[in-house]
Write a protein of this length. Structure first.
Length: 344
């Protein structure tokens, strides 16, 4: 039967995108908070013995998000709720140091690493719940009904109709709801979708450029150079952080120091295997190994980096995420190329 929380409540087919909106809003907000506080020398709102912590703003925003979900019907209400809830959660979790220290220390050094670990845990749990099984028939039916409900409040787009049809295609023909729902979806006039947003057009353009560049020798040399430099700089940065900043000797490394060294070594080995595969012309295999190296860095190494240098580790994380997105896009283009070649 699988994991069915809340009495078997159906999953939202948009849960992945909604979780991403929440996650991105939360991460972006907490970085903005820390940057703004650093630039303004950590001012306090209040006076005369009062201090209005931004935890309270977080609670207010999360309450607004909950109120939207409890009050409004339909898919459209979930997107602003995810955005507002993510921002509110960031205001809340940013003060973690105050929650876990006896002296309410906002600047508690391990807090940055713990906050990062919270986000990593949320991300991994979301991914696990999203991918642990496909949508059941009941979930397909309920999501198709929600898509059809859009016709009551606005234009019914062709993309929504096509998606509802695809969901219903996975429902057994003997199901009593399938035929009437198909008739309803087919009977509602659908309007053309608006022009694709700029980021979709940009992604299509990048895909076309990759297909052209991937035929050039210089491109593969460039990829080799980028990830060789990434591995070397990552190793140098961790060695400097572990051995240089605090004056530790090799014989007196802490657990965090040792863990950082071990994980960066694992990432270096993985990326070396990927680069070897790339030299052999096995692009998809190479990208898979490089992705593994980046995931180890993002989900393991950076946790210890945040503990060591607090939010100073954000630059390295940003580079890792940018490289991960780039490699995943390149791998997607390679799979499309293979699919087109195999269909001929």
């Amino acid at each position: 039967m699988g994991f069915r929380p809340f009495g078997g409540a159906s999953r939202n087919a948009d849960l992945g995108a909604l979780h991403e909106v929440f996650f991105i809003a939360a991460v972006t907000t907490i970085l903005c908070i820390r940057t703004e506080l650093w630039l303004t020398h950590y001012p306090q709102l209040g006076g005369h013995g009062l201090h209005i912590a931004h935890l309270l703003w977080g609670g207010l925003l999360m309450t607004i998000a909950i109120a939207i979900l409890l009050t409004l019907l339909g898919r459209r209400a979930r997107w602003p709720a995810a955005l507002i809830g993510g921002v509110g959660f960031a205001f809340f979790i940013d003060e973690l140091g105050k929650f876990i220290t006896a002296d309410n220390d906002y600047f508690f050094k391990p807090a940055a690493g713990l906050i990062y670990l919270v986000f990593v845990t949320i991300f991994l749990l979301s991914r696990a719940y999203r991918h642990h099984r496909g949508l059941s028939e009941a979930e397909r039916l309920r999501n198709a009904i929600e898509l059809l409900g859009e016709a009551a409040v606005g234009p019914f787009r062709r993309s929504s109709r096509d998606r509802a049809m695809a969901l219903l295609a996975g429902v057994a023909a003997e199901n009593g709801l399938r035929a009437p729902l198909l008739a309803l979806v087919e009977g509602v006039e659908a309007e053309p979708d608006p022009s694709p947003p700029w980021y979709e057009r940009a992604a299509d353009g990048l895909g076309a450029r990759y297909r052209a560049w991937s035929e050039q020798r210089w491109f593969h040399r460039f990829v080799l150079a980028v990830f060789a430099v990434w591995a070397v700089l990552g190793l140098v940065a961790v060695l400097g952080l572990v051995l240089g900043f605090d004056g530790d000797s090799v014989d007196h490394l802490s657990f965090v120091n040792c863990a950082s060294l071990v994980t960066i070594a694992v990432s270096t080995v993985l990326v070396a295997v990927g680069l070897a595969r790339l030299l052999e012309g096995r692009r998809l295999d190479a990208y898979a190994w490089i992705v593994r190296a980046l995931l180890v860095s993002i989900f393991v190494t950076r946790v210890f980096s945040f503990v060591e240098s607090q939010f100073g580790a954000i630059f390295g994380l940003g580079v890792d995420v940018l490289l991960l997105i780039s490699v995943q896009l390149m791998a997607r283009q390679e799979r499309r190329r293979d699919d087109v070649g195999g269909s001929r």
